[in-house]
Ligand binder design. Structure first.
Ligand code: SF4
Length: 296
């Protein structure tokens, strides 16, 4: 794995973000080798060269330690927005795992998004963080079908293993749910898929499902996606071109119906599915605002 230099890793404080109510962002890695055919981070606008090669930020743990020590407010730190914090290199280098120890030491909360079951390695430190601050684990699942999963997310563990990770996290008392996104038009936007994921998530102890019934496509990302469709989904690229042209937001034609299916099933099973409720629920019982004891 290569390294790149970084001056800063943890972002500035922001009041509870609309996206899962976090306050800081932290990415230790740049790029991601999980190969998801729809990945937005591959888009031209982000300017990430060789996106599929993972690079770690040099001295990341020292930088994170210094930055958290100097923050005036604690809060929830989000990781996993532009790269997966549990890429295959993480198994050896344990940068995310050690960063979580620092997050714990300074009394911050954590919000992790991943597709990898390697996250279960860090259950112990997540339990320690949970003692003082909110912990949220979001496992992305797009299809119930492992074979389809291998085609759309080829270099990371399949759906059944991700459900197993949800079960292990939930059994350990860690607040965990499913990011059901993106649901790809003409590929996995079926009622059967949605119901199967919701029911399985419930069985594994998930607390919520948060969906997007469609995907966004931008320059460069679109080319990669279309090439992948040509390789594995005969004739589907032509359907995208005919339906969406060069549009950014490509919603499933079933989006409204699928949302109803999902919300009815979630209500029936006692799963949350809207952002406000999820944020309130995972933060319940914790102070929203604290002055870091370590600043005093
Ligand atoms: S895991 Fe996330 S960052 Fe990595 S390729 Fe897939 S969508 Fe992109």
């Amino acid at each position: 794995m290569d390294y790149i230099t970084a001056k800063s890793i943890v972002s500035n404080y922001r009041e509870d973000d609309n996206w899962f109510g976090n306050n800081y962002n932290m990415n230790i890695y740049k790029g991601c080798c999980h190969g998801c055919i729809y990945c937005d981070s591959r888009s031209e606008c982000y300017g990430i060269e060789k996106f599929d090669e993972v690079r770690a930020k040099e001295n990341s743990l020292e930088i994170i330690n210094k930055e958290l020590k100097s923050k005036r407010r604690t809060g929830v730190i989000s990781t996993g927005s532009m790269s997966d914090p549990y890429n295959p290199f993480e198994k050896k280098y344990n940068l995310t795992g050690r960063a979580l120890e620092i997050v714990n030491n300074y009394g911050f909360g954590i919000d992790i998004a991943t597709k990898s079951d390697l996250i279960v390695r860090d259950i112990e430190v997540l339990q320690k963080i949970k003692e003082h601050s909110p912990v949220l684990c979001k496992i992305t699942i797009t299809t119930i079908d492992d074979e389809l999963c291998k085609k759309i997310e080829p270099n990371v563990c399949v759906t059944s293993k991700r459900f197993e990770a949800i079960r292990r996290l939930s059994d350990a008392g860690i607040y965990t749910g499913v990011l059901l996104m993106p649901i790809l038009p003409f590929i996995n936007d079926t009622e059967e898929n949605i119901l199967s994921v919701v029911r399985k998530a419930k069985k594994c102890g998930a607390k919520f499902i948060y969906p997007l019934f469609g995907l966004t496509l931008r320059n460069k990302q679109r080319d990669y996606f279309f090439k992948s469709l040509d390789n594995n989904f005969y004739g589907v690229k032509e359907r995208y071109l005919k339906t969406y042209g060069n549009e950014y937001l490509c919603l499933s034609h079933n989006a409204n119906y699928l949302y109803k299916v999902l919300s009815n099933e979630c209500k029936k099973l006692g799963l949350l599915y809207n952002m406000k409720d999820i944020i309130e629920d995972y933060k319940k019982g914790y102070y929203n605002e604290q002055i870091s004891l370590f600043d005093m």
